[in-house]
Design a protein around this ligand. Structure first.
Ligand code: PLP
Length: 376
């Protein structure tokens, strides 16, 4: 792994080395947190301390979190918890599949679902009063996983609640948390999703934050863990690791953002100084994600040619890499050639690499492809 330049941090991040210690402590203190003896109660105490700490860091002490197997489960839980009656679900066409496919599934079971389009810069098109009035819930991602475009969730929540005070507001914060400041009290949402593996934690653990007073219906039934809302013995290592990463990522946020902004700027300047013909997809984006379309190439071919040079990046969301259709870029009104030539480069503040030489490699390889296509 050390030989690779890993630039796919929006797909997943390299776990912090400190997780090994948490893992080994957990192997020693392996007890079931629901058991009644002292050793198990100590594990339970750690889980509850983690829960309180994550809520506090999120600015969410007016609610609580349910630990889940990741953001996919948290998003499913949020959207399936709603009592739709004769109202619908309003969501964004560029959502991650864990929201989009859940919405489609609800639609198939009879719930009225409306998908909001994207603006040119990748942000959600603001809903109309009519759309807000007829919705039981609006779910809009905080940051898009393909372009990094930031949605103004505070504005959406306050607008929605001013028109329809009963409406629930959910946001998938997976790509936002740890990249921009998240204060749930200030955002005014009712539910918020996070995932550990996007903040240098392990895969398979996440959380849904729920404002006090919002009713959630469980997806999993059994032993009644997580306040009866998510049965199953807790992923103790995952939860404690999520807590560790939450602390670290928020402490480092400002420093990381400065570093990431500088990497992104340097990267763009290097591509430009190589006279590469490209456009940036998305406006007002987080500093760790850069989505570009390079004239006249196929993103997928470039990706494999770069892989041969030990540079790893992606054409879009890892979760939809096997699906031909790109909802996000399409909804931003990009044309087919721009969509096919898009690549996503996503940085981490915890990794150093030679920006100039990677940008050079991308430029040289892309130009080779452009020439091949011209000559064929
Ligand atoms: N939501 C967004 C915006 C994501 O980027 C991802 C991961 O790619 C998910 C949800 C799913 O997260 P998890 O892998 O924890 O289920």
């Amino acid at each position: 792994m050390q030989n690779f330049v890993y630039l796919d941090n929006a797909a997943t991040t390299i776990p912090f080395a400190e997780l090994e210690q948490i893992y080994s402590d957990n192997a020693t203190n392996f007890y079931n947190p629901s058991a009644l003896y002292k050793n198990a109660v100590a594990v339970r105490t750690k889980i509850e301390a983690a829960r309180r700490n994550i809520c506090k860091i999120l600015g969410g002490e007016h609610g609580n979190i349910i630990f889940t197997s990741g953001a996919t489960e948290a998003n499913n839980l949020a959207l399936n918890s709603v009592n739709y009656k004769n109202k619908g679900l309003l969501t964004f066409v560029a959502e991650h599949p864990s929201v989009y496919a859940t919405a489609k599934n609800l639609q198939n079971s009879g719930v009225k679902v409306e998908f909001l389009n994207a603006l040119k810069g990748g942000q959600v098109r603001f809903p109309t009063e009519e759309q807000i009035k007829s919705a039981a819930i609006i779910s809009v991602m905080h940051v898009n996983n393909e372009t990094g475009a930031i949605n103004d969730i505070k504005k959406i929540a306050s607008y929605a609640k001013s028109i329809n005070p009963q409406i629930l507001v959910h946001s998938d914060g997976v790509q936002a948390f740890g990249k921009i400041k998240v204060d749930l009290q200030d955002l005014g949402v009712d539910m918020y999703t996070i995932s550990a593996h996007k903040i240098n934690g392990p895969k398979g653990v996440g959380a849904l934050w729920i404002r006090r007073g919002v009713n959630v219906k469980p997806l999993l039934f059994g032993g009644g863990q997580e306040n009866n809302l998510r049965s199953g013995t807790e992923n103790v290592f995952g939860i404690l690791a999520l807590n560790y990463c939450t602390n670290k990522i928020v402490t480092d946020l400002e420093k990381n953002n400065k570093k990431l902004s500088s990497i992104k700027e340097q990267f763009l300047n290097s591509l430009k100084s190589n006279n590469l013909n490209f456009t940036v997809n998305g406006e007002n984006c987080v500093p760790n994600i850069l989505n570009i379309s390079i004239n006249g190439i196929r993103g997928e071919v470039l990706l494999h040619m770069l892989e041969d040079q030990n540079i790893l990046l992606s054409t879009g969301s890892a979760c939809s890499s096997k699906k031909p259709d790109n909802r996000t870029l399409k909804s931003m009104n990009l044309q087919d050639p721009q969509i096919k030539s898009a690549v996503r480069i996503s940085f981490s503040a915890y990794q150093d690499f030679d920006v100039q030489s990677v940008a050079n490699a991308i430029s040289v390889t892309a130009k080779k492809l452009q020439n091949n296509i011209k000559n064929n």
